[in-house]
Design a protein around this ligand. Structure first.
Ligand code: MG
Length: 258
């Protein structure tokens, strides 16, 4: 893997679940390691605020997890965005919200009939989780595809790890990165994005196009990311090294398997 250039002016974009935090049985059950908040706080300050979280979670949820930090963030895969100046942007057309309200009871009924499934209503999207009932994977995908058909002009299906989400068109992590990179303090910096899931591929492509660095957490599989960090623990180690070095460390030699 090519090493990142020795520059001080990087901007950090970080996915949360599966990247900064180990995935848990449910979104509420994640554990935030004590040193992680301190690492993020330092990296945020040392980059003059050029650090943003990019997550499928809502921004309010991210604030609760990383309290007392209120970092720049794109929530619900970019449907909500809190800029570095703390202005929050949310642009979901009324027609899309109406579609989600129509689909919510159908999904709730399906969940009630399939023990172990969980419906997460994020307001601007609906996520159907099957982590606790993986035997329903096929049924969940079939059902979600079927009920989404009449709404294909407004909503798309976003598969993730043990989850399928119905969300509006026009927002993804790549778009969110491009929006941040057009604003201070991100503009003019070199972006690094770390993620773990298929929903992060848009982000990898966006930073690659901007000449930045893309890192994927986890095992080998096809990805647009430049390099790989094998685990969430090593991601935290890498970020701590970035704080110490004031630039992104090399992900190749120092991390076996990367
Ligand atoms: Mg993730």
């Amino acid at each position: 893997m090519r090493p990142p250039p020795a520059r001080l002016d990087w901007a950090y974009f970080l996915d949360v679940d599966g990247t900064l935090l180990e995935i848990a049985a449910s979104p509420e059950a994640v554990r935030v390691p004590a040193d992680l908040v301190a690492i993020l706080d330092r990296l945020h300050r040392e980059t003059d605020g050029a650090l943003a979280l990019l997550s499928g979670r809502r921004i309010a949820d991210l604030d609760a997890l990383f309290e007392p930090l209120k970092l720049p963030a794109a929530g619900v895969h970019g449907l909500e965005r809190r800029r570095a100046d703390e202005i929050v942007e949310s642009a979901t057309p009324v027609g899309v919200l109406a579609a989600l309200r129509e689909l919510q009871p159908l999904l709730a009924e399906f969940v009630a009939e399939h023990p172990g499934l969980r419906l997460e209503d994020k307001g601007v999207s609906l996520a159907l989780h099957y982590r606790q009932a993986p035997e329903f994977e096929g049924a969940v995908h079939n059902f979600a595809e079927r009920i989404a058909v009449p709404y294909a002009d407004r909503l798309r299906l976003l598969p993730g790890k043990m989850v399928v989400e119905l969300k509006p068109h026009g927002a993804d992590k790549g778009i969110a990165i491009a929006e941040f990179m057009a604003e201070p303090p991100f503009a003019g910096r070199h972006p690094v994005f770390i993620g773990d899931d298929v929903t992060d591929e848009d982000g990898f492509r966006a930073v690659n196009a901007l000449g930045g660095l893309s890192l994927r957490i986890g095992d080998e599989r096809p990805s647009a990311a430049h390099a790989r960090l094998p685990s969430v623990d090593l991601c935290r180690t890498w970020l701590a090294a970035a704080v110490a070095a004031e630039r992104p460390p090399k992900a190749g030699r120092s991390f076996p398997g990367a």
